[in-house]
Ligand binder design. Structure first.
Ligand code: PHB
Length: 342
């Protein structure tokens, strides 16, 4: 039972984890593994208000308190390394810069900023010569994760953020070695993974993909080919796990032609983690049917800090309150009750 990465927008000043964030993760340390909320690898990787960073000393010190607290409870915690790319806004970026993206294609819709919702801007296409700097930011964040005492890292290559924007052909129209063929569109993910694996034992590195997720206006003309290639290519690193979210499968065709995502498990030579609104019964069925080795739970872990115990005892579950998912205070964050001792 894994706690899925969950954006909660409650970091403190300087986007440093706070005492309240420490309590939140400590409360959930009975998960087999916690994957932290997405944490930006640099100032220009940020996409939303009050998401924590993992790239400077203050942030490392803040995260150190989180990892110490989780370890005191015998838990394990990976940090999710995040670059939001075009899912951002100049009002939140250094010197008012335009968000970075593979191509200058504006996503449909609006973005959540410190001043409320704003229309997306046309992002700036990353120069080929700027790509090594971005890979270096991942490497630096991976080093910060070591300093902060994490047990490993998850590379966020899902849900329409930068690495996913490169991978899918709806958002990547580049004509250099990072665009065009599937191999080229997968190149940044491969180079980032290689860089992270220079810092971390590959067995302590996971990666997350979301083949059918239309979120953040993502689309691919052939997701089955794109993601089959990606998964097979990633085998070469011997990573700790592949984390595939099935989210989007309920809106067939929105992210591109539909395919059976579970086919990816057969292409992967390691531990396979899946995710998408699983509950006790459906998760056990997926494990029994050998659809996955690990299941990550999101909303259920928000509302139930002691979810493993509740599953084990078949106890009633607290219901999550969506109004307090993103931002706010202790309410809906660290005040969900534990089971009463019997
Ligand atoms: C979100 O804030 O809604 C969000 C963040 C990261 C994800 C998915 C959703 O990967």
């Amino acid at each position: 039972m894994v706690m899925a990465p969950l954006t909660r927008n409650r970091a403190g000043e300087g986007l440093v984890p706070t005492e309240m964030n420490v309590t939140y993760y400590q409360q959930r340390a009975s998960a087999g593994l916690i994957i932290s909320e997405g944490s930006q690898i640099a100032d220009d990787a940020l996409g939303y208000p009050l998401t924590p960073g993992i790239h400077n000393d203050e942030q490392v010190n803040g995260w150190r308190k989180v990892t110490d607290a989780v370890h005191r409870e015998d838990g394990l915690i990976f940090v999710q390394l995040w670059h939001c790319g075009r899912v951002s806004h100049s009002s939140m970026l250094p010197n008012g810069m335009k968000p970075l993206a593979p191509s200058a294609i504006k996503p449909a819709g609006e973005v959540y900023t410190y001043e409320g919702m704003k229309p997306y801007e046309t992002p700036q296409a990353i120069e080929t010569s700027d790509i090594p700097r971005i890979i270096e930011q991942y490497r630096h964040a991976a080093c910060c994760a070591v300093e902060a005492g994490f047990d490993g890292v998850e590379i966020h290559a899902a849900n329409g953020y930068l690495l996913d924007q490169f991978l899918r052909d709806g958002s990547n129209k580049r004509d250099d070695q990072y665009g065009g063929s599937i191999e080229n569109r997968a190149r940044l993910i491969m180079e980032v993974t290689a860089a992270v694996c220079e810092i971390w034992d590959p067995k302590k590195v996971g990666i997350r993909l979301s083949p059918l997720q239309p979120f953040n206006d993502l689309y691919d003309s052939n997701p089955e080919a794109t993601f089959s290639y990606m998964v097979k290519a990633l085998n070469k690193f011997g990573l700790g796990y592949l984390h595939v979210t099935e989210m989007g499968a309920e809106t067939p065709g929105a992210a591109g032609p539909h395919f059976d995502v579970s086919s990816l498990r057969k292409l992967w030579n390691g531990l396979y983690m899946t995710n998408s609104d699983y509950d006790y019964a459906s998760a056990n069925k997926a494990l029994k049917d050998d659809k996955a080795d690990l299941i990550s739970f999101g909303k259920l872990f928000i509302a139930n800090p002691d979810l493993p115990e509740r599953f084990a005892k078949n106890a009633p579950l607290n219901q999550p309150d969506p109004d307090s998912f993103y931002g706010g205070d202790a309410k809906g964050y660290i005040d969900y009750p534990f089971l009463e001792p019997i």
